[in-house]
Design a protein around this ligand. Structure first.
Ligand code: PMP
Length: 361
């Protein structure tokens, strides 16, 4: 601990991302990256920008990107806020919306763990609401309390992580409408793989904030682009915080690649469908091996085997050079979170699991 630190620094416990080892023949199914590459048009645009535009500062307003995203979502550009990956966008959201004196932030107890890290960073108390027995979010738990206890806001991921379970839009509308005076942030990192986006609710609900990323369905995790779709007063608050921090949200390569990706809608839809098909096959194959697999609307599955300990399976898969995710946390420590790979990846995974399961009896 350093005597040079500000008071809160020693209490921070940063989010630990999934491992990113550099090993040949490693099958990496631990961080929900897209198994196929990004749109070839995005790659060409990044190369063109590298050749011609790096001498210049990027557009601090990211105008062209906000315009194509607005069109994609059927909103106006003043509803879009962009940042360096959705993790950064989330940091701006916590900073701009959730630091309300004496109020806690309501969220599921099992969800994306970065939310708790940001609570620590920004001095916000999390109010953790347990998931139901089947590991889903219960909308009734997010309605205002009879005791009138005020919270700073609500945040959850839809589909939730690491469970993959999605809430239908009508449940999100019910939560947002019951809490009209606080922001309801819906992290839609995985929404393109089969859930309904809360962007459709923006006209009815001034308080909805949808968070998106280019890291999953657009296969551009390395580019670091995330964004918010929300009503203009919320975007304006985010802009104030961002401009006080760094007025250049995205570099020229990220802008060029992200714009071209959004413009290549055919590739985007095909690539999402390919992942959805691969997820359905993977779910079937895991079920045949005796796993219980939660219904997933994401590009990963959350699975448990009644006869095999998840930590042992995780370690055995590692010996086969296959990396999945295991969370040694209460209630989910018997589950593995497995990113959906290509059909070949999934076959290699299931073969390895079959070997592990049959030799451990
Ligand atoms: N939200 C959720 C639910 C996630 O799982 C992730 C990825 N780990 C993120 C946000 C962050 O994504 P990125 O910063 O790559 O946009």
């Amino acid at each position: 601990m350093s005597r040079f630190w500000s008071d809160h620094v020693s209490g921070l416990s940063p989010y630990v991302p999934g491992e990113q080892p550099r090993v040949a023949d490693l099958l990496k199914l631990n961080t929900n990256e897209h198994p196929w590459g990004p749109s070839p048009k995005a790659l060409a645009a990044i190369k063109e920008a590298a050749d011609n535009r790096l001498r210049l500062y990027p557009d601090p307003q990211a105008t062209a990107l906000r315009e194509v995203l607005a069109e994609h979502h059927g909103v106006t550009p003043d509803c879009i806020f962009v940042g360096n990956g959705s993790d950064e966008v989330l940091a701006h959201l916590f900073n701009a919306l959730f630091r309300r004196q004496g109020r806690a932030l309501r969220m599921p107890d099992i969800t994306y763990s970065f939310y708790r890290s940001y609570c620590k960073l920004f001095g916000i108390t999390p109010e953790l609401i347990p998931l139901s027995d089947d590991l889903s979010i219960r909308p009734n738990d997010y309605l205002p309390r009879a005791d009138g206890d005020l919270v700073a806001g609500i945040i959850f991921a839809n589909p939730n992580a690491p469970t993959g379970r999605a809430l239908p839009l009508q449940d999100i509308a019910r939560i947002a409408k019951a809490n009209p005076d606080i922001p309801v942030v819906v992290d839609e990192a995985y929404v393109d793989f089969g859930a309904e986006s809360s962007v459709a609710l923006l006209e009815q609900c001034a308080n909805i904030v949808a968070v998106h990323t280019f890291s999953k369905s657009r296969a551009l995790a390395g580019l670091r682009v995330g964004y918010v779709v929300a009503n203009p007063p919320i975007v304006e608050g985010l802009e104030r915080v961002k401009d006080s921090f760094n007025s250049y949200p995205l570099d020229s390569l990220a802008l060029a690649g992200a714009i071209a990706s959004v413009q290549d809608d055919d590739y985007f839809r095909q690539a999402c469908n390919a992942v959805i098909n691969a997820r359905d096959t993977l779910t079937r194959n895991l079920t045949e091996l005796g796993f219980q697999v939660l219904p997933s609307a994401a590009n990963f599955v959350f699975a448990t085997h009644p006869q095999h300990d998840a930590a042992l399976l995780f370690r055995a898969l590692r010996k086969h050079h296959i990396l999945v995710r295991h969370f040694p946390l209460e209630r989910i420590d018997q589950y593995l979170r497995i990113s959906v790979g290509t059909p070949d990846d999934n076959e290699r995974l299931c073969k390895a699991l079959k070997t592990i399961i049959t030799t451990s009896h």
